[in-house]
Design a protein around this ligand. Structure first.
Ligand code: GCV
Length: 615
């Protein structure tokens, strides 16, 4: 009898313990079910009733408070509506001592999913799409519970929009069948304060509407988009708008009809304007019209004449750097050149070029670095290319969850320090005490710089293997490829030195920057070392700040990166007793892999560069 009771009790206890597979993200609240919640029935009330550890909370609607903001006084949360209450509730759950008024910094806090309708994800490293898949040639049913869990996670960090499909967009997304699916998703996300947006293919009127052209000045084309917008808004009245990749990497756009970006964007802007929609128009454009021009200059050349010509509901969305989400880039000078156009920064959460979901690289320091050059007040929003997929732990690597979290927190408040965000995330994600959290915090904070060191120190860039953007291939060259896809184009190593001369003696990309950066970057003696080889072709014998020659400094930095990963492994091993088994093992396996990769980067790059330097 005694034995049976024990068995039953054990089963009950075990039944309550959830597996630590990472699926709960940073939302690992234990249900206490004790708080009395006064106020309207809503998600905020449900969350607090279940998880708040105090005895009583009051939720109050106060129309004088700004949308999305909230006020906490004692244990009363006031907000204009349920979204504000929800943000207040998650803040209270995270930091029970919070008091006072908070509002999100950026109006647009948006995830960009590069999810294809067939379920694959471009640059996705955590499994297939959580939104899309095919069932034969029909869209698969939406997993409402999963989408709700996604909405909850986003609301807990203040994200208020999501683009549901890849910027390399299939026209099918605008078919009635898919609009219905989008409507279903929107209904799940709406109570969490999240709007849906879609990436659109500029040639949709031809692919879907049977028109012979997609020329933005053509009357039939305009009418087609207006009708499409009307159809969407009839189903989804709070639809956010469109994201557009036009005339970039083979995508159609207004340039196909000798029209400008402004003409293309404005035609779409007019279609969604009656409903309050916006157009996020990407500036990631290079190639076709710019043969021979340094790729990092092309966005400014292409857009500068359009400044001031866009409708007020168009936002120009630009990647943080002028090339393409490298481990380190100087900021993109387009942010200095468009003075009359609202701008958004596109940050990449998915670590395409930072070890993908295999390497532990905490990205908040990189994004904070960007805000040091492009002040948040110059932006109306930030978009983050999502790292979310069907993997049990959502992001592939348990620590990649921290990047999703950090993106949301910085969108809420770009002044938050990377350290505070990492600390919040660690505390919520693992059950660890202060003494164990400190080394993990240090590991996270050093991890991005380590990645730069073992991949591309001193301003090197884009020396990745063709296409998959993971391992090193500094000697990469394919004669029939565009030069700007070839690593040798970016490092320009020869017997004299290494680096891309973008100063006034080279491509003059430095002239696109505002002062003091223009002069600072242009002069080899004042250019910060972290951008040295980005802006200058430097002799092998050049003495860096440390007194080492350039090749010795490269050797030192690759070695430092590898040592850092070794030290991460030590830290992780020391933390073993405090981390649950499954997550510990999974992270450990990836760290070992990261170390192998770091050593491969070190060897491949130093062997190759050494063959020029040490001739
Ligand atoms: C979605 C890079 C990536 C592409 C991506 C593109 C973009 O080229 O490798 O996968 O396409 O950027 O941002 O449009």
């Amino acid at each position: 009898m005694k034995k049976l009771t024990l068995l039953i009790m054990t089963c009950l206890v075990m039944g309550q313990v959830q597996a630590e597979d990472g699926s709960r993200l940073w939302l690992r609240y234990q249900s206490v079910d004790k708080a009395k919640v006064n106020g309207p029935a809503c998600i905020a009330a449900d969350e607090l009733r279940k998880y708040f550890r105090g005895d009583e909370v009051t939720l109050a609607i106060d129309p004088t408070i700004e949308a999305e903001a909230f006020k906490i006084e004692g244990t009363t949360i006031s907000a204009k509506d349920e979204t504000g209450l929800l943000y207040g509730a998650y803040t209270l759950l995270r930091e029970p001592a919070t008091q006072g008024y908070q509002k999100p910094y950026f109006k647009y806090r948006i995830l960009n999913h590069w999810d294809n309708l067939d379920g694959t994800i471009e640059r996705g490293y955590a499994g297939r799409s959580i939104f899309w898949d095919l069932d034969g040639d029909q869209p698969k049913a939406i997993d409402a519970a999963l989408v709700r869990a996604y909405a909850r996670a986003n609301a807990s960090i203040g994200i208020n929009g999501t683009v549901l499909n890849n910027v390399n967009a299939s026209p099918r997304i605008l078919s009635p069948l898919y609009i219905n699916k989008v409507k279903e998703i929107a209904a799940i996300l709406r109570p969490y304060g999240i709007k849906v947006y879609l990436s659109v293919n500029f040639a949709s009127p031809m692919a879907l509407g049977g028109l012979k052209t997609a020329d933005p000045l053509n009357a039939k084309v305009k009418t087609w988009w207006k009708a499409k917008a009307k159809e969407i808004y009839r189903e989804i009245p709070d639809f956010g708008g469109f994201l557009v990749k036009a005339n970039s990497e083979g995508q159609p756009g207004p340039g196909d009809y000798h029209r400008t970006h402004a003409q293309g964007a404005n035609m779409l802007a007019d279609a969604v304007a009656p409903y309050g929609g916006i157009i996020m128009w990407r500036s990631f454009v290079y190639g076709a019209n710019h043969k021979g021009e340094d790729r990092v200059k092309q966005a400014v050349s292409e857009f500068i004449n359009d400044d001031g010509l866009f409708r007020s509901n168009v936002i120009l969305q630009s990647k943080n750097g002028p090339l393409d989400f490298q481990p380190r880039e100087p900021y993109a000078p387009i942010f200095d050149n468009m003075h009359k156009t609202p701008q958004m920064a596109e940050l990449q959460i998915t670590q395409e070029y930072l070890g993908q979901s295999r390497h532990l690289v905490y990205l908040a320091p990189m994004w904070r670095e960007f805000f040091g050059y492009v002040a948040p007040e110059r932006l109306v929003g930030i978009a983050g290319v999502a790292n979310i997929g069907l993997d049990k732990n959502w992001c592939g690597h348990h620590f990649s969850q921290a990047n999703w979290y950090a993106f949301g927190r910085l969108a809420w408040n770009p002044a938050l320090r990377s350290e505070q965000i990492a600390d919040e995330w660690l505390s919520a994600t693992f059950d660890i005490d202060d003494s164990h959290r400190t080394p993990l915090l240090s590991m996270m904070l050093r991890s991005r710089e380590a990645c730069v060191d073992y991949m591309m120190p001193l301003g090197l860039h884009h020396i990745f293997k063709f296409d998959h953007h993971y391992g090193p291939e500094p000697d990469g060259y394919i004669a029939h490829y565009p030069l700007e896809w070839c690593p040798v184009y970016y490092h320009q190593a020869d017997s004299a030195g290494i680096g891309f001369d973008r100063s006034h003696t080279g491509t003059d990309a430095t002239s696109q920057y505002r002062e003091p950066y223009c002069s600072l970057y242009d002069d080899l003696t004042t250019c910060p070392e972290r951008y040295l080889l980005w802006f200058h072709h430097v002799p092998w014998t050049y003495r860096t700040n440390s007194g080492r020659t350039l090749i010795d400094e490269l050797t030192y930095r690759y070695g430092r990166g590898v040592k850092e990963v070794e030290s991460f492994i030590d830290i992780w091993h020391n933390s073993k007793p405090t981390i649950d088994e499954q997550r510990w093992q999974e992270v450990d396996e990836r760290l070992q892999h990261q170390l192998d990769n770091a050593r491969e980067w070190q060897k491949t790059c130093l062997d190759y560069f050494g063959s020029f330097a040490r001739k």
